[in-house]
Write a protein that binds this ligand. Structure first.
Ligand code: NAD
Ligand code: ZN
Length: 361
């Protein structure tokens, strides 16, 4: 039996207003003349009050991220090249002393990915997988501005590459520092708030109902689930704080367990049809009452409370080839199905089953 040796974020700051401590955090990294920091910031914050508070000096680089599509390997490589050109022109080719990712799961993943690619040659597509990264990343700081994915806590950065959607999973991927400031998630549009928040809720349901569950993962997953129900069913006044912690703890839970059927199906929707992670999960979860009866029941109460209406019939115009590709993507996620059914999952996860689920979405 081999146990997982679980790397966590070593430093974290939590609390309203804590974003302003980013300057102190970076001051510790700025040692020499010429040292510079790269800020990768979700474009949604451009020309907003938060942009004014970014502690960039005139030596630093601020890059506004286009997160219309979820992160692609080509985008990561282009951003990395942009930073390298800047370093060559301004700092004798020396890397930045820190990369800051500021935004949702997409921006957080781009922050991790660029920090890794600055020290690992050959392009991000060649590192999609488990423990392929060879060298430690540049120091990197993650600051969420929407909560749910757990990307602030996880050891992966999910990328869509030329032939697969798969993360760069490694201990080096994990942020060196995160700053969790609940002020930053205020004002997220209601639908997006719900979809991304449900990513966290679904992580917990899948982890807690999976065969991989253990007390470590359960401790985080149960608390995270409890926080989700306070946020999404009770309108708690401290909802922002609670959702932020739910996201982090959900991330910790799945790090030592695994997600399940919903994520497997959602990856298919995303890879073939381009659905974003949060909404794709919601569309998939809504047909999984046989897998997660209680979880789906409560999910529907949450949708009702927040007037969420999911798109329906999303796969009805899909070609046979695309449906097959989606089924292949979903059934290829062995660890997820192993978590759902145990080692005999291949007998259960038939193309017919997956097709029938996709057809109901
Ligand atoms: P996102 O980062 O794509 O952001 C969703 C939308 O919210 C975007 O339009 C963004 O601009 C906007 N937004 C962000 N902060 C805002 C704010 N404060 N105010 C207003 N709008 C704001 O969405 P997400 O759901 O956070 O992340 C999804 C991504 O995370 C996917 O690419 C998925 O693959 C990835 N993911 C990664 C992990 C991991 O462990 N690395 C886990 C789950 C999901
Ligand atoms: Zn997820």
């Amino acid at each position: 039996m081999k146990f997982r040796n679980f790397k966590t974020v070593p430093k974290m700051i939590f609390g309203r207003g804590s974003f302003d401590q980013l300057d102190d955090v970076l001051a510790d990294e700025r040692q020499k003349v010429g040292d510079f920091v790269v800020f990768l910031v979700d474009e949604v914050h451009k020309d907003k009050p938060l942009a004014e508070r970014i502690p960039a000096t005139d030596k630093d680089m601020v890059i506004w991220l286009d997160v219309t599509d979820e992160p692609k390997t080509t985008y990561v490589d282009a951003l990395t090249a942009e930073v390298q050109t800047f370093a060559a022109e301004n700092n004798n080719g020396r890397n930045p002393v820190s990369v800051v990712g500021l935004g949702g799961g997409s921006a957080l993943d781009l922050g991790k990915a660029v920090a890794l690619m600055l020290t690992n040659e050959g392009g991000s597509a060649s590192y999609q997988g488990w423990d392929l990264i060879k060298n430690p990343a540049v120091h990197h700081v993650g600051i969420p501005t929407i909560s749910g994915t757990g990307a602030e806590a996880s050891r992966t950065t999910v990328l869509t590459g030329p032939d697969k959607k798969l993360g760069m999973n490694s201990d080096y991927t994990v942020y060196d520092q995160i700053i969790m400031d609940p002020d930053l998630i205020q004002g997220v549009p209601a639908n997006q708030w719900f979809y991304t928040g449900m990513d966290c809720y679904i992580h917990n349901i899948e982890a807690l109902n999976g065969t991989y569950i253990n007390e470590f993962a359960r401790a985080f997953g149960e608390k995270s689930l409890d926080l989700c129900s306070q946020v999404f069913l009770q309108d708690h006044p401290d909802s922002d704080e609670k959702l932020m912690m739910a996201s982090y703890m959900g991330g910790q839970s799945i790090a030592y367990s695994q997600v399940g059927a919903c994520h497997a199906l959602s990856y298919g929707l995303s890879y073939v049809m381009g659905y974003h992670h949060g909404i794709g999960n919601c569309i998939a979860f809504d047909v999984l009452e046989d897998f997660y009866p209680e979880g789906v029941k409560v999910f529907r109460e949450m949708m009702k409370k927040h007037n969420i209406v999911l798109p329906k019939g999303v796969t009805k115009d899909l070609s046979e080839a695309d449906m097959d590709k989606m089924i292949r993507t979903a059934s290829g996620l062995a660890p997820l199905w192993d978590n759902v059914y145990g080692p005999n999952w291949k007998e259960k996860v038939t193309p017919e089953l997956l097709r029938s689920l996709y057809e109901r979405m």
